[in-house]
Design a protein around this ligand. Sequence first.
Ligand code: ZN
Length: 244
Amino acid sequence: MGRLPDDLLGRAGYYQADASCVLVEGTWEAALASANTALDAMDRVLSGTNAVYALCRPPGHHACRDQAGGFCYLNNTAVAANWASSRGARVAIVDVDVHHGNGTQAIFYGRRDVLTVSVHGDPAWLYPYYAGYADETGAGIGEGFNSNLPVPLMSDGEAYLAALSAGCAAVRQFSPDLLIIALGLDASRDDPFACMAIDESGFGRMGRMLGMLSLPTLIVQEGGYPSPTLGQSLAAFLNGFGSR
Ligand SMILES: [Zn+2]
């Protein structure tokens, strides 16, 4: 029914998609600082820096306009994309986190100025479960400007890269002024979520494929959880991107 209640507990539920986003002292300051990190990085891209990496924590891609979820409070990627778009840029977002970027999709679903592409594990078996399917392609004037590329769980780099290749083709067709990569590293075979099997070389190839789009690029950190190889996955991705 979607009614906003008066009670604080009811409101906490209204504005949250699940129970993963605890609110404690300092939560708002952290979420705001994370969004500002993405905005500052986007400012550098708009000012002519070719590629900038924003180490945003908490992450953002599961957050909708008015709803926190999946460890995300403010959608850092969407805030940066919206700001660039408001300054006249045509923006493409490619989300490679192992979980579908449902918040980002929801925010831009009815728009055609921002293309949203997400490569992720099949949501029939993986968070966010209720979105991320291939037949979600946008609505109204945004029809055709959202692309979901779900991959079977426990796939290796080959399957993930094949999906990403299709996503890159959609970006080329859209012909954007700039690219935002929502960089989740949780498709790693060593990630504690244990739902995909990408190794270091897979992340390197992923970075290289996105770098070859040859666009001014903002890279926003999304998911990726403690494992012995988390840092190596990031380094491999960034080195691949830089080797374009
Ligand atoms: Zn994730």
